[in-house]
Write a protein that binds this ligand. Structure first.
Ligand SMILES: *Cc1c(COP(=O)(O)O)cnc(C)c1O
Length: 476
């Protein structure tokens, strides 16, 4: 052991090696030296702890001293590669979940990228009024688009919907009471909980009704001098079914306005187009909600809307004005990349049929069964060419999900390719597929590996096929 430890080359000796020298030409020397030290330490510990892999490796070398050096240089090389490569990257989503929050929610339409690049890689009129030649507002660029699409008087955009909800509560109900039905005390993934957000904003929550039933009189009886807002929250990721009752928007609005109280609704996802003809739940559009008289609505830009991460607030002008003037707005403001991506996404909505085709989320939600089956067949055929006997491939019907906390009970019929195997552990294949470039993310359902073609484009099928083949045939 001592002999092995003594054979570990010094930092200077390692850094002088050509394989490592070349990196010093363009990377920070300190980073390289740190990596060299870390790898020396790891090797030292491996020797002391009689690491199995290391022993096996060493046996392959005649000359252990030389072996140690080569082993170490190889490890250092791999670590430099891994530390300098991009970690945040494209993946292929074979899960069938359209708005997969862990996989970046809404993929943006590739058509808008050119416009995005042009605007943000040059100077822009982000906060410049070109007519007056003076300071302008970033909120002005898309206000008209949002009001046109929703019928709202006014609108603004912030960092995300969580920020939108926080801003509305803080600016309109700080130190006041906000009345909310018990059935709507929502928690969204990533620890966004309405009661906590309420507390952070400085508003006081007044819960009314019960989990399954809330009546108009429950709201009415809770109104006091202290009431700042009446709030509704979309129960995005669950549904209460059975013996239930909730108050219709128009009834709630009428009663609230008679009492001089503002009604706000956190719609969560927010939908511009009616998708019922494609078999999707009758989720109200933003326009329909505003038409019932709700004073303000908030929703996400990257859920059913299919745009970038943003939070949109739309509704009455004087309320939006108050929000724009609030100090918190500066901290929650939308950045220029997201703003431009949102503008281009919203412009697509001006032609609804264009929007349905070109916005990937809408396209994937409304795609025909035939189209999905064609894709499944294509993947099946490509894989069949290579697959060996112990594997079994099948085309089956299955269910995709909307995801992203939208339409929780909506089942989208789909076609999938499934893979089963008598010998190899499918879990291992599932793991290895995620280590590919690009990574392939699939679902393990019972004893099958499932590739749902709803979320895989025609262009991606070749990539999926080649990666699956690589993993299965070569085991890498
Ligand atoms: C998703 C969601 C949010 C949070 O929106 P983000 O854009 O993710 O910040 C808030 N409220 C509801 C009801 C939601 O569904």
């Amino acid at each position: 052991m001592k002999q092995l430890l003594r054979a570990i080359p010094s930092v200077n000796e390692l850094v002088a090696e050509t394989e490592i020298q070349q990196y010093l030409n363009f990377y920070n020397r300190e980073m390289i030296v740190d990596i060299v030290r870390e790898e020396q330490d790891k090797l030292r510990n491996a020797i002391i702890n009689h690491d199995q892999d290391l022993t096996k490796f060493m046996v392959d070398y005649q000359d252990e001293t030389k072996g140690i050096k080569e082993y170490l240089i190889n490890k250092i090389y791999q670590m430099i590669q891994s530390r300098t490569e991009a970690k945040f990257k494209r993946v292929i989503n074979c899960t069938g979940t359209v708005l997969h929050t862990n996989l970046g929610r809404a993929p943006l339409s590739s058509g808008i990228m050119e416009k995005l690049t042009e605007t943000v890689s040059n100077y822009s009129n982000l906060e410049y009024d070109l007519d007056q030649g003076s300071r302008g507002s970033r909120y002005d660029h898309i206000e008209d688009l949002i009001t046109t699409l929703t019928g709202a008087e006014s609108a603004m955009v912030v960092n995300n919907n969580a920020a939108a909800v926080m801003l509305v509560l803080k600016a309109l109900a700080q130190d006041k009471e906000v009345i909310l039905s018990r059935g709507e005390l929502v928690e969204i993934g990533g620890s966004f909980r309405i009661p906590e957000v309420m507390k952070q904003s400085g508003a006081h929550l007044v819960e009314v009704g019960t989990t399954n039933k809330t009546h108009l009189k429950d709201y009415e009886q809770a109104i006091s001098e202290e009431t700042g807002l009446i709030m509704k929250v979309h129960t995005s990721n669950y549904e209460i079914i059975g013996f239930t009752d909730s108050v219709s928007r128009s009834e709630l609005v009428e009663m609230s306005h008679n009492n001089g109280i503002t009604v706000v609704e956190d719609l969560g996802s927010g939908l511009f187009l009616d998708l019922t003809e494609y078999g999707l739940d009758n989720e109200p559009t933003i326009k329909e909600v505003l038409d019932t008289g709700v004073d303000l609505v908030t929703f996400s830009g990257d859920k059913l809307l299919g745009g970038p991460q943003t939070g949109i607030i739309a509704g009455r002008r004087e309320l939006i004005q108050l929000l724009k003037q609030d100090q918190l707005t500066r901290a929650l403001r939308v950045d220029k990349l997201s703003l431009k991506a949102l503008e281009e996404t919203l412009r697509l909505y001006l032609q609804p049929e264009q929007a349905r085709e070109k916005i990937p989320v809408l396209n994937m939600l409304t795609i025909s069964q035939d189209e999905i089956k064609t894709r499944a067949k294509l993947l099946y055929d490509k894989l069949s060419e290579f697959i060996t006997k112990e594997y079994k491939l099948e085309i089956e019907s299955n269910i995709s999900r909307v995801g992203g906390g939208a339409m929780p009970t909506q089942e989208l019929p789909t076609w999938v390719v499934t893979l089963t195997c008598s010998s190899t552990d499918l879990h291992k294949i599932w793991d290895q597929l995620r280590q590919q470039n690009p990574p392939i993310v699939t679902r393990l359902q019972k004893d099958k590996l499932v590739f749902d073609l709803r979320t895989v484009s025609i262009k991606e099928i070749d990539i999926v096929a080649s990666k699956v083949t690589k993993v299965i045939i070569k085991g890498e």
